[in-house]
Design a protein around this ligand. Sequence first.
Ligand code: NAD
Length: 403
Amino acid sequence: MNTTPDTFTDIDAASLVSRLRRTHHSGRTKPLAWRRQQLTQLRALLTENRAVIADALWADLRKNPTEVDQMEIDVTILEIDDYLEHLENWLTPEPAEVAVGHLPIGTAAHTEFDPLGVALILSAWNYPIYLLLTPVAGALAAGNAVIIKPSELAAQTSALLGRLVPAYLDTDAVAVVEGGVAQTRSLLAQRFDHIFYTGNGAVGRIVMRAAAENLTPVTLELGGKSPVFVDRDTDLAVVAGRIAATKFANAGQTCVAPDYVLTDPDTAHALSAAMARAVEELFGTDPQASSKYGRIINEHHFNRLTALMVSGRTTLGGQSNRGDKYIAPTVLMDVAPDEPVMQEEIFGPILPILTVTDLTEAIAFINDRDKPLAVYAFTNDETTRKRLGVSGILCKSVGVIGC
Ligand code: NAD
């Protein structure tokens, strides 16, 4: 089913959910063969439509096609392939341990893996293919009917999915509902068997409250301010290159992007200079002209971000262009902890570098605030790494340690 966003009401939502529930009750979605076929079709949707997906993401976020291939399409395919490879094994019933006294003597228990029913998947706009279709793959693999609600902010991608999903997936069991807050609210007024939401915490609370009405289990993938600790002994050219690559990808609109840096005053100055060189290496002297550099999703977020740029002192970037929704890769120094840029997740290409005297102060600073989504450390010191609770060496990824 494809819906017309503006006319989708509570009544439509109720009838859509009951139609999908009937399909689920009929047993159609339960067999392994159906699940595998849907996953294979979802895979085909991605592989056969790379070019139109890239066009939609260019229109929504000016995301470059290589990034779309890697960070939207290929990562989703990897998940689908994982399900296809392991699903049969995962569905095999397992012996279950039961506390002595809970079963009559001589009996045994086992766990069977049953679909939940009808799942609702609500997603954010920043990686609008990956964030949406990965949980869809999981729900289908688990034998559920699914209602998919793409983010209205990535409008071109939402419209594309509204066309492609019914062309590839079982329309009796999978539906896309396009639209905005009103449509999401109509869906949330219904009873689901699982709700998977990716987005900000304020809406996360709305989702959880609605789910509580029906005691529906929820998965919430939310945001946070992810700090980066930079130690004295690091190679700052490498550090800056890695921070710039992860912070400024998708114009900073990545949930686990480094949000701010904590380091000592000497390193802060040297890092700021190294960031300028790293940004030039990535995007040239004019990032606005680079096909590798993205745009802010809409005017609301453009206004929100440019208002944050008044904090501290700008040592790199600072330029913006409203018509183009462009904000330059920006570094801020001398930022006080009570300034606006430190009050909320930045979710854009602005990097404050704050100074601390030592690791103890950095840890206290992090602990005084909301729990971050991720913490990154650049250090060669095993004790520092352990004290920050950073667990692995992922030198080519965003969690970068030991440079
Ligand atoms: P968004 O505004 O697109 O919202 C997501 C969904 O919520 C949409 O379908 C939208 O229709 C719905 N929605 C919005 N306002 C609503 C309301 N008032 N009532 C009911 N429904 C409403 O996405 P966003 O929140 O701007 O996404 C960015 C956030 O998502 C950031 O905080 C980011 O860190 C987080 N995020 C987290 C992850 C993760 O995996 N943890 C991944 C990506 C993004």
